[in-house]
Design a protein around this ligand. Structure first.
Ligand SMILES: *Cc1c(COP(=O)(O)O)cnc(C)c1O
Length: 410
């Protein structure tokens, strides 16, 4: 008989979203005619913008004509898109990234999940807690996580709690990790790191020979000037950091699929003999072997995000969600709730009132306000006692949701 990768059995089932769905559908079946507003899932609701649609149509037509048809493209992405990324996402912010340091893909989930392919299994991994589950689960599958301890924790992973007590800024670890995942602006807490706070991590990585895997999928939602959009805004980061970006939340590409990973030439790790090996060449080899490039039409659509018109439209798209975020933030505060995030990110992290648990708060919000959130404990032990609301709903739904909460007897 064929053997499975046993580590898949070690993974607890994807309990969070299935349990949310189960409770919501049970509630809905018992309360016909009541309108439930879903501010739980992290998917966007607004359509692709006209500039993106126009580029898609044009690219589709090219695919139907022998002269302009494109088959397999470069695994790393088309030059036109890599150049546009380098120019718009980096050079305009004073950061020099070479086009061959950019690897276009079908999204940041794939890349953050796959990056472990090029790293040894004996590396010690650190994550913030709460955390985007992909970082942990992909390391479980690879065999780096150790044994499951319950409560979302693994014996070999270093957890850095982020709570109101430390302003959601992870403290430097007591034990040295080889690899640390940082996601800022953060999912699920919606909080950010200032330049100084991020510099602390880059300096730590430089001193301790630690690799930072920096997920900046939400950089387009930053509204304050002093918050870094890229880790490469910090001096020395080119030596220690790989950055992941996505068009999903920025431009509504969750269904279209496009993201990219930046691996600067300087980022290295050691082989068994202690010799330095550039990680960019390994990632290139990995992608060329297991990935055949993002679709041509999708890369044209992504390029359109950077056109003058596309950039304007994309900005109003993120403004739309940030208006929701501000509304949720202020109205919940007025209602007497403790809220975090939502100023530079499309997530609002709400403290459950009166020391009740995340799931208890979830149930009350569902049954008393007909609003669906996501229990914070599902993102890690340190998320207990919090609940995540997203700003990705429509304005009308968000407005109605916050009015219900305002009138709620907590
Ligand atoms: C949504 C999200 C992404 C983007 O994933 P895609 O695969 O590009 O859609 C990446 N990281 C985090 C933390 C996210 O929440």
């Amino acid at each position: 008989m064929v053997h499975i990768n046993n580590r898949f059995l070690d993974l607890p089932g994807s309990y969070l979203f299935s349990e949310v769905a189960r409770r919501v559908s049970h509630y809905v079946s018992q309360h016909e005619g009541e309108r439930v507003i879903r501010l739980g899932i992290g998917d966007v609701t607004q359509p692709l913008t006209p500039a993106v649609i126009e580029a898609l149509h044009k690219a589709v037509d090219e695919m139907g004509c022998a002269d302009t048809f494109r088959g397999y493209g470069p695994e790393q992405g088309y030059e036109f898109l890599r150049e546009a990324i380098v120019e718009n996402d980096y050079r305009r912010r004073g950061i020099e990234i070479a086009p061959d340091e950019v690897f276009v893909s079908d999204g940041a989930k794939s890349d953050t999940g796959n990056i472990g392919d090029i790293l040894g299994l004996d590396n010690r991994v650190a994550v913030t807690d709460p955390v985007y589950p992909v970082y942990v689960d992909s390391n479980v599958m690879a065999g780096r996580a150790g044994t499951y301890l319950g409560d979302g924790r693994w014996s070999n992973i270093i957890y850095l709690p982020c709570t109101a007590e430390n302003d959601f800024v992870p403290a430097l670890p007591a034990e040295r990790p080889d690899v640390i995942y940082l996601c800022y602006p953060n999912n699920p807490t919606g909080t950010v790191l200032t330049r100084e706070q991020l510099k602390m991590w880059v300096d730590y990585a430089l001193c301790n020979d630690t690799l930072i895997l920096f997920d900046s999928a939400y950089e387009a939602f930053i509204r304050q000037d002093d918050i870094p959009h890229s880790i490469y805004e910090i001096e020395g980061a080119r030596q220690v950091a790989i950055e992941f970006r996505s068009f999903s939340k920025t431009a509504g590409f969750t269904g279209l699929r496009c993201g990219y990973t930046v691996v600067p030439h300087e980022v290295c790790a050691r082989d068994e003999k202690g010799a330095k090996v550039p990680l960019g060449s390994l990632w290139n080899r990995r992608q060329c072997t297991k990935f055949n490039g993002a679709p041509y039409i999708v890369q044209r659509a992504a390029q359109a995000v950077f056109s003058e018109q596309g950039a304007k439209e994309t900005r109003s798209l993120t403004d739309y969600y940030m208006r929701n975020a501000a509304l949720i933030r202020t109205k919940l505060q007025t209602a007497g709730l403790q809220v975090y995030g939502g100023e530079n990110a499309p997530y609002i992290w709400v403290k459950a009132p009166g020391e009740i648990s995340s799931w208890c708060f979830f149930d009350r919000l569902l049954s008393e306000c007909n609003i669906v959130g996501t229990p914070g404990s599902g993102f890690g032990a340190a998320g207990e006692g919090y609940l995540r609301l997203t700003a990705f709903g429509s304005y009308e739904d968000t407005l109605e949701a916050v009015e219900r909460i305002e009138n709620w007897k907590l």
